[in-house]
Design a binder for this molecule. Structure first.
Ligand code: URA
Length: 245
């Protein structure tokens, strides 16, 4: 269930999306400059029921509007872009239209990738989707392609799968994780939680060092080949369902 399942007045929605005060929105309505599904919106008090992954066709002066609340985006995050304001460099929010950063509810990443990690990251304004993907309770697998500094020594698969592995300064063992070895210094690692720098710390704990890290999937949703680095697209309802299959 999405957070935004209740009918909401369009003037309120558009105002929360950064398109002006309710008074300004009402003026646009009177001038018939807002179209909903191709027809002029007659009254700003008209309600829509935003639904995660399903978008209403809305334009102002023939310009497509931002997505209504209840949307999610897949981004191919480049190396060097950061999810944290504490780091220097380009913030992930800078890859999206400026207005999206003034939305209510807030549009933000689901979990984080390190500045030096590339690949699939999801962003949403839907708190329940965020929780569903990131909570270890839902067990959503996150799959990474890993390049290493040193050769794998052969015992990593068992250690990572044990369910008893402890990371430094932590008191709770890691959930079992699956390692598929691709080469001497290359593997795919699937984890089911998202602890701080988890993949890098797991390899550090077995005496290795990650030289490149790239997330290839979350649940059943894979980073599409055609989504080039730095590019994003809005997820359909089917895409969102794929995450949990
Ligand atoms: N594990 C890491 O170490 N870094 C990431 O960005 C994601 C998982």
């Amino acid at each position: 269930m999405s957070q935004s399942a209740k009918p909401v007045r369009l003037d309120k929605l558009l105002s929360n999306m950064g398109y002006g005060t309710r008074k300004e929105i009402d003026a646009l309505v009177k001038q018939e400059r807002i179209l909903i599904d191709g027809h002029p919106l007659k009254n700003g008090k008209e309600k829509v029921t935003p639904s995660l992954g399903l978008q209403t066709e809305l334009t102002i002066d023939e310009q497509q509007l931002d997505p209504l609340p209840g949307f999610a985006v897949i981004l191919h995050k480049p190396v060097g872009v950061t999810c944290s304001r504490k780091d220097s460099g380009t913030l992930i929010s800078e890859l999206f239209p400026d207005r999206w950063n003034r939305r209510d509810p807030l549009f933000s990443p689901i979990g984080r990738l390190d500045k030096d990690t590339s690949g699939l990251i999801l962003l949403t304004d839907d708190g329940q989707l965020n929780h569903r993907v990131s909570s270890p309770k839902t067990n959503t697998p996150k799959r990474y392609h890993v390049n290493l500094d040193r050769k794998l020594n052969g015992n990593e698969t068992d250690i990572f799968a044990s369910g008893t592995m402890m990371l430094e300064n932590e008191t709770k063992p890691l959930l079992p994780a699956e390692l598929n070895v691709l080469g001497d210094e290359e593997a795919i690692l699937t984890i089911h939680e998202g602890r701080y720098h988890q993949v890098r710390r797991m390899f550090a704990a077995v005496g290795n060092h990650v030289t490149a890290l790239h997330r290839i999937s979350i649940g059943g949703l894979h980073l599409p080949n055609e989504l080039k680095t730095g590019k994003w697209r809005i997820l359909s309802k089917e895409d969102i369902d794929t995450i949990f299959q």
